[in-house]
Design a protein around this ligand. Structure first.
Ligand code: GDD
Ligand code: MN
Length: 358
């Protein structure tokens, strides 16, 4: 059995159009199914109208009372669906109901577990979109390339075998439930060309907040896909604050204590290392580092000193063998040294200093 999940917010007029069409498509294809409307208490009476249609069509309506949200509604739909296969689509007729059999067939044949309706594969497209909307859609899709190979990652149209969600924890943030399912469940996916048409009735609910939530959602997916990335970015940010501490101590010791800059640099380095240690401990690697305050500190110092050696060695090689002694090349050589040393320090910190096995 197939459950067609329709998340709705103020789609009263569209209910009378889409529900009969969906029911006809299922009948014609000989697929037993239900239409599950998940409404967020729409003020326009969407739920009541859908319920009324339940007399003539296989419709069930679930009304959510709080915590409005497209993905939340769809996840609730997965929970309530009776079918072992679910279809998720917009209720405003933007997603072509005629495509449903094409979306289901590969799953029924066992060729994949999820199909996604795509505007960007051969045969797909979108009806009279302005260049601005196209650009936003393309841009949003591009940002997701690091977590998915889908050609149309912001699509809201999919079919799935519900068992792919077993044991998968879905994040209800934002609108991109398709992306969430594909990135988290990592199922066998096929893309089906669809023609996205403009809604005829009502208006879009996609506002600025939805776009902001999309960026937050993407960040979560990147961190999920590359768990080390978040640590690395934190580590680099800590390193930048460490540079400020280093410079502040240096300037203080030279300017106020009249120390020789080279001697002062040793203290500046020590202060920055200590500062970085504590920040990395509580922020960058917090999960792993609850013990070994002193022993981890000592090993962090070793890693940093080795990193300094690496930085200078890289610089030395570039100056000596790549002719980078003169301005502005020596600055570049220094940057290269910093980059290699940062990577070394990060790996040392992650796998030695803050390793959970210690
Ligand atoms: N339950 C519930 N709660 N449903 C919602 C909510 C909500 O808070 N917000 C929107 N919906 C429903 C709408 O009623 C509609 O059925 C569907 O979600 C899509 O909303 P639209 O307002 O029509 O969005 P859109 O057409 O701008 O965006 C669609 O196309 C984009 C591609 O250009 C969506 O499919 C997007 O996910 C997609 O990126
Ligand atoms: Mn729409």
């Amino acid at each position: 059995m197939v459950s067609i999940i329709l998340p709705t917010y103020n789609e009263a007029l569209n209910m009378r159009l889409i529900i009969p069409s969906l029911s006809k498509v299922l009948d014609d294809a000989g697929i037993p199914g239900e239409i599950l409307v998940v409404d967020d208490s729409s003020p326009d009476g969407t739920a009541g109208i859908a319920e009324g249609l339940g007399k003539a069509y296989p419709v069930r309506v679930h009304v959510r009372k709080e915590d409005r949200g497209l993905s939340k509604a769809v996840i609730e739909g997965f929970r309530l669906a009776k079918g072992d296969i679910c279809v998720v689509m917009d209720a405003d007729l933007s997603h072509p109901v005629e495509s449903i059999p094409h979306m289901l067939q590969p799953i029924l044949d066992g060729r994949c577990d999820v199909t996604v309706g795509s505007r960007y594969v051969e045969g797909g497209g979108s009806e009279n979109w302005s260049w601005k909307r196209k650009a936003i859609s393309r841009g949003a899709g591009l940002l997701a390339k690091g977590v998915t190979s889908l050609s149309d990652p912001t699509s809201g149209f999919m079919a799935l075998r519900k068992s792919v969600l077993d044991g998968v924890k879905l994040d209800p943030l934002g609108w991109k439930i398709v992306l969430e399912v594909v990135a988290k469940a990592n199922p066998r996916v096929m893309e089906i060309p669809i023609l996205f048409s403009d809604r005829k009735e009502g208006k879009s609910k996609l506002g600025l907040l939805v776009q902001w939530d999309y960026l937050r959602h993407l960040w979560h997916l990147y961190v999920h896909t590359f768990p080390t990335l978040e640590q690395f970015i934190r580590f680099c940010l800590v390193g930048l604050t460490g540079l400020l501490v280093d410079t502040a101590v240096l300037v203080f010791l030279v300017g106020w204590v009249f120390m020789d800059p080279r001697a002062a640099a040793v203290f500046a380095f020590s202060a920055a290392v200590t500062w970085n240690y504590f920040l990395n401990r509580i922020w960058s690697f917090r999960a792993a580092a609850s013990t070994g305050l002193l022993s981890r500190y000592v090993s962090f110092i070793f890693v940093c000193v080795a990193g300094l050696g690496i930085r200078i060695s890289v610089m030395h090689m570039l100056i000596e063998y790549a002719g980078m002694a003169k301005a502005p090349w020596y600055v570049l050589a220094s940057f290269a040294g910093i980059a290699v040393a940062t990577l070394f320090n990060f790996l040392g910190s992650k796998y030695v200093v803050f390793s959970s096995r210690r």
